[in-house]
Design a protein around this ligand. Structure first.
Ligand SMILES: [Zn+2]
Length: 413
């Protein structure tokens, strides 16, 4: 991508209301644009990162055996009434009506819809287990939508739902999802803590959150330094000592980056989603649900990977792999060499952002490159060409190295 063509306007100042680093940097580097409080547009750089995260999640969910579906945002009132969540869900639903007066809730989550799909299709234990997932827009009627992408009213979420004929099978799948989630986070460069949590208005018997420790996080977790116990403060109110090994717990700020719920029969019972077991007896289906918010994950990565100059994207989620920056591109030799490097790298399938802008100073180009945070920078200038070289530098490292122009394609990125 030629930077002269990129639909991006870098800003010197962060929005006044921005408190978190991710909000400041994502707004300044123009990854996101605020449309209204808690509502953001993803611009080209932001959408590239978002898509990478989406693809990682899709790969891991498919590897788990999940079948991808796509459900509607408008969910008819009657389904919500079946579970009483039309009235009770927290935060409350965004509600709307069609021109005939029929009422709908904009889905913050889709348990009612998938349970309805299951009860129409599942007859016997032979039809189980299975799991469905989607990556789709969700709505949350937040009281306070602040923190940039960390707390919003509309966002893309991956939600996975699983259906089982036995508690053991459901528990085993819950563990498999846990492992898949750790793979997703690791690929995004994150190392979350797996925390026992309060199921809230999603409900169910057991719930875990994936918490990324961060000072800007609104959640608090208690962690035992001796065993691997970790719990959300909301669930373990007033508890100072590890319930397992009785040593004092330490409290950390964190960002909730994913949530898993062992729902059991909470939805299947009230919605009568049943199956006939091996003994010919009708039983409610046992369910689990598991969610990851993509935008929040993107912001969380920035909370973890940044310095005083900007973002430092982990390779697998970076908007581009290489930032190619010629200095004094008006010099015809510099331009010629840079254009060739750009073409050659693209041919090998590497994603390159090529700063081909002529009217921007070297200082400005470097400052913007540091803010955007592409993992590897290649600089071509009069000075480097004297040695027949380009200069290569990793974002976040001070060390630069010179590589012969003819050897650039052999560099391991
Ligand atoms: Zn312990």
């Amino acid at each position: 991508m030629r930077q002269s063509q990129l639909f991006t306007k870098i800003k010197k100042e962060a929005p006044k209301e921005a408190e978190s680093i991710s909000h400041k940097y994502l707004a300044r580097a123009d990854f996101i644009d605020k449309l209204a409080s808690g509502i953001y547009s993803l611009l080209p750089l932001g959408f590239r990162v978002h898509k990478k995260i989406e693809n990682i999640i899709r790969e891991e969910m498919t590897a788990l055996g999940g079948q991808e579906i796509f459900l509607s945002v408008l969910i008819p009132k009657n389904l919500w009434v079946e579970t009483d969540r039309w009235r009770t869900i927290e935060p409350p639903l965004f509600k709307t009506k069609d021109r005939h007066g029929a009422e709908f809730g904009l889905g913050p989550t889709h348990e009612e819809v998938v349970t309805d799909l299951a009860r129409q299709r599942i007859k016997s234990y032979k039809d189980l287990p299975f799991s469905l997932f989607q990556i789709q827009n969700k709505f949350r009627n937040e009281m306070r939508a602040t923190g940039g992408l960390l707390r919003v009213k509309e966002f893309v979420m991956k939600d996975l739902y699983s259906f089982h004929s036995s508690r053991d099978d459901a528990a085993e799948f819950y563990q498999k999802v846990k492992n898949a989630y750790f793979r997703i986070f690791n690929r995004c460069g994150l190392k979350p803590v797996y925390v026992e949590a309060d199921p809230g208005t999603i409900g169910g018997e057991l719930s875990h959150e994936f918490m990324v420790l961060s000072e800007t996080g609104e959640d608090k977790v208690l962690i035992c330094q001796k065993c691997n116990f970790a719990g959300n403060v909301e669930k373990f109110k007033g508890i100072n000592i590890c319930p397992r090994c009785k040593v004092p717990l330490r409290k950390f700020s964190s960002i909730e980056s994913a949530h898993a719920f062992y729902l059991g029969t909470k939805y299947s019972k009230v919605m009568q989603a049943n199956f006939v077991d091996k003994n010919g007896k009708s039983q409610p289906i046992i369910m689990g649900c598991y969610g990851i918010g993509l935008g929040r994950l993107m912001a969380t990565i920035v909370e973890v990977y940044h310095d005083e100059r900007g973002i430092i994207w982990p390779k697998e989620v970076a908007p581009f792999q290489i930032h190619l920056i010629p200095i004094e591109i008006s010099n015809s030799r510099i331009k010629k060499v840079s254009e060739k490097i750009y073409r050659d790298l693209q041919k090998t399938g590497i994603e390159v952002l090529y700063d081909d802008r002529e009217d921007v100073s070297a200082g400005e180009k470097f400052a913007e490159a540091d803010l955007i945070g592409i993992p590897l920078r290649i600089v071509v200038s009069e000075r480097t060409l004297k040695k027949d070289c380009a200069e290569i530098k990793k974002r976040g490292e001070k060390r630069v190295r010179f590589v012969k122009i003819s050897q650039i394609l052999n560099v391991k990125f």
